[in-house]
Design a protein around this ligand. Sequence first.
Ligand code: SF4
Length: 234
Amino acid sequence: MGSNEQRPVPPVTEIKAFRAGIVRWFARNQREYPWRKTRDPFKVLVAEIMLRRTKSEQVKPVYEAIVSQYPDCDRMAEAEDEKLGEILYPLGLRWRSPAFKHMARELKAAYECKVPETRAELTSLPGVGDYVAGAVLSTAYGKPEWIVDSNVVRVFKRYFGVPTSKEGRRDKHIIEMAKMYVSCHDPRKANLAILDFAALICTPKDPKHDSCPVKAGCKFVLAERRIDDPAARA
Ligand code: SF4
């Protein structure tokens, strides 16, 4: 199938039940990161740009250094490339320091340093794609804005048993499901919950089915059981 092909999405009740299970689990198992302790949209934006390319644990110390040196758009827009590059070096992103500065300059020129509150405006900034925009809008502004990356695709594909294309994160039905998933009273929590669930339980290799809080409704596990137990296929 192609990524533009519209596939049916699961009923909203199934998506709500899945979300409820994940959010309950998240309350006891969430990961702590410094960028989760702030709602400052600029800091969240900087963290999310770094997180697109690197693991959270590696980003932690670099994030602390960046926000202490450049806590706002004004200061990042005036950053010295050499100095910014040195801070980004541990992430292998040294070469991207002009890109960070470019983003801050655009933010200053177009939005007077106020991080925009719409997806269209955010994605007009250099280096900001749909994922980063959705993450900033939901976690800093608490808006019901979807996020889709390979982790979200994997979880949806397994739990709901939906097919995906090679570029699942662009599939219309996956994006539609992510929109339904985040339509709730606490979009921030919902989006953070699925990210942590994907990282700790529904992992790419060896998913932890036994400790999974939503195992009972998971199509992947159900299909595996049918293969193991031919009687269950009847
Ligand atoms: S039961 Fe396994 S495959 Fe299904 S959602 Fe949980 S961890 Fe993922």
